[in-house]
Design a binder for this molecule. Structure first.
Ligand code: APR
Length: 244
């Protein structure tokens, strides 16, 4: 049972991380050996890495972009339950995801901020054009807008860069009544600090759903540990049973 009563007009903010997509077949970042998807993140996920060796960085993201198109990679019951919550909840629901996959969209989520960017989009470092990109990307491609060659990069927020939508996210966190963090290790800021932002701004209820306690797990009022595909639908069913 929910540890606290949540009003029907509650504003809900949900933060998701790689753990929500793990059961859809997409690997998380931090394995037991501490490697970042088998690589050192300095080698693939920084602006410096891209400047030094763009082909390697493209290879890494091309592989991940192709994974997304694998027929077996589909939204799982956790993504679907969040979309259902948005459809049926009388108050507002905002999902802020650190994931660069498109599984929330495919599940039908509409209010969604991709704070770390999106795998299926690219950006021109020369003219700032951004657009959808579903195929492999390389240094030989020309920007469809300014025609410059070699200036396109994945529309991903790399280490050292500012996440997308921070102002809207901060506003939503400060005003929310229920904050739920799902499948995130709590080791990358600013997302790891969202629970603190919520707690210092309002008496909102805070819930962590994860396989195990995250690095900031003790900061949440309520904790539910188990696979996201089971725990998220169960939790949302409890919320909706009370109010929908
Ligand atoms: N159900 C619930 N939680 C799970 C599941 C599952 N089936 N599988 C894994 N998890 C949890 C793990 O316990 C871990 O806490 O998901 C979390 C995944 O952690 P990370 O791999 O660190 O992913 P995330 O927190 O999203 O990383 C944040 O770091 O590398 C950067 O930009 C990248 O967006 C990413 C950010």
């Amino acid at each position: 049972m929910l540890r606290r009563r949540i009003g029907a007009d509650a504003r809900i903010v949900v933060l998701t991380g790689a753990g929500i997509s793990a059961e859809s077949g997409l690997p998380t970042f931090r394995g037991k050996d501490g490697l970042w998807e088998g690589q050192r993140f300095e080698d693939v996920a920084t602006p410096e890495a891209f400047a030094r060796d763009p082909e390697s960085v493209h290879r890494f993201y091309n592989h991940r972009r192709r994974q997304l198109r694998d027929a077996a990679v589909q939204p799982n019951p956790a993504h679907l339950a969040l979309a259902e919550l948005e459809r049926r909840w009388p108050g507002t629901v905002l999902v802020v995801t650190q994931n660069v996959d498109d599984l929330h969209e495919r599940a039908g989520q509409r209010r969604l901020i991709h704070m770390h960017g999106q795998l299926d989009r690219v950006r021109c470092t020369s003219c700032a054009w951004t657009g959808r990109w579903d195929v492999d990307l390389g240094t030989a491609h020309a920007c469809p807008h300014c025609a410059r060659t070699g200036s396109l990069r994945p529309d991903i927020v790399w280490f050292g860069e500012t996440p997308v939508g921070m102002e809207d996210i901060e506003d939503a966190l400060e005003a929310c009544d229920l904050f739920i963090a799902i499948g995130t290790s709590g080791s990358v800021y600013p997302a790891a600090g969202f629970v603190e932002t919520v707690r210092s701004a309002s008496p909102a209820h805070t819930v962590e759903i994860n396989l195990e306690a995250s690095a900031v797990g003790s900061r949440f009022e309520e904790r539910r540990y188990g696979p996201a595909s089971e725990e998220v639908p169960r939790f949302i069913e409890e919320l909706l049973t009370v109010h929908a």
